[in-house]
Design a protein around this ligand. Sequence first.
Ligand code: ATP
Length: 224
Amino acid sequence: MLEATKLAVGYADVPVCAPVDVRVRPGEILAIVGPNGSGKSTLLRTFLGLLAPITGTVRAFGRTVDERERDFRARVVGVLDDDAFFPGLTVREHLVLTARGHSVADAGPLTDDVMGRFGLTELARAVPSALSSGQRRRFLLASAFVRPREIVLLDEPEQRLDTRMRAELGRMLVAEAGEGSAVVVATHDPGLVASTGARGLVVSDESCRVVDNAGALAVLAEER
Ligand SMILES: Nc1ncnc2c1ncn2[C@@H]1O[C@H](COP(=O)(O)OP(=O)(O)OP(=O)(O)O)[C@@H](O)[C@H]1O
């Protein structure tokens, strides 16, 4: 479903890590692991079609990724570290708008359900500027779950989440894969990797290699 082949990513034609060969199928979870600056976010941006590959290819559903394509945007969701909200819309209004923008029929009930799962119900009428950093993070993640999706790409979703929400996020990603999504998550969180049973893509200058769950956890243990 998502396939990178001999993929070199970076800026101004300078690669930030070794070339990547990886395939993520429906129902699979892949954790991208590696130290700060190794290239995880750059890979995700390239998977999302926001950054052109230096060499090699990224394909989703058999086609080269292109975020300008409506079909791609309808099936692929990414949550990166940058949050951008409309200052005058509440949490619920944002989420309903996102769902309706993706033609979700029951946008209201779905939004209420997702807000509940992310602990946002009490904040439904809050504007983004009134949220704490962890609440903003929950809000940003919730926006990915109120819309249709087949490929989910998350950049360090654990950031600023409390322990309970991290655990809940792990369960949500397992459920997400169980429903057939391909999930890719860049992370420094061993708890998330352990709880999801994700395979790993270990990113470094020398080589980028796919490892099993134990291999991904071993890399994260080395970071400590
Ligand atoms: N817009 C940019 N222009 C040029 N270089 C960049 C840009 N963004 C990131 N880099 C560089 O690319 C390299 C990889 O950065 P990237 O953000 O992908 O790392 P990361 O693995 O996600 O790190 P972290 O764990 O800190 O989030 C770093 O050396 C970084 O300085």
